[in-house]
Design a protein around this ligand. Sequence first.
Ligand SMILES: Nc1nc2c(ncn2[C@@H]2O[C@H](COP(=O)(O)OP(=O)(O)O)[C@@H](O)[C@H]2O)c(=O)[nH]1
Ligand SMILES: [Mg+2]
Length: 206
Amino acid sequence: MTEPNQRTLINFQKAQFLTSASNLSQCPEDIGYEVAFAGRSNAGKSSALNTLTGSKKLARTSKTPGRTQLINFFSISDQQRLVDLPGYGYAKVPEEMKKQWQYHLEQYLSQRQCLMGIVLMMDIRHPLKEFDLMVMQWANSCEMPLHILLTKADKLKYGAAKQALNKLQSIIGSYHNPISVQLFSALKKTGVDELRVKLSGWLQED
Ligand SMILES: Nc1nc2c(ncn2[C@@H]2O[C@H](COP(=O)(O)OP(=O)(O)O)[C@@H](O)[C@H]2O)c(=O)[nH]1
Ligand SMILES: [Mg+2]
């Protein structure tokens, strides 16, 4: 076992597509460590995953959001996985499908033993939508660590981005689960190292 302070950064470039699941029973065996990526459609989730792993197409980015309805698993090693949860909140997705999605998400989130934390992506210009609050409250209620990426930070001037970050930091102060927030831009590659450090802590044994 490695000492916590000797932990090395995980090489996220090793991430490879493993499998897709439409429900909990199709997920890979519940062993090792997993981190799940959640966000409303178009929040920049695929772009963040691609930036993290240094891949241009690991998780498909799309200008027509809401297409992916599956839970996608990427393995870094046989004990470490990244999980791309289906997008949510796309207006053209029928209500029934949203309910189905929510059901499978809740199943996954509440029953997955290897889940070490959730990365929640929010467009810095449109944070704290209904879906975001749902994930934040869920994580809080079961003390699941949560890390928020304020994505597309390049869309704001630095001062405005910093202000958005501070505002969210003061809001999450009232949550009692481990929760953190950072600026992120897939376009400018900002915040990538901070994310790698966070995930390396989650995905390795104490
Ligand atoms: N300016 C800017 N645009 C971004 C960034 N990340 C994603 N986008 C754009 O936002 C849209 C949605 O991104 P995508 O990663 O597919 O979002 P997803 O639906 O959450 O997976 C695409 O048009 C991306 O090019 C970023 O850091 N900066
Ligand atoms: Mg996507």
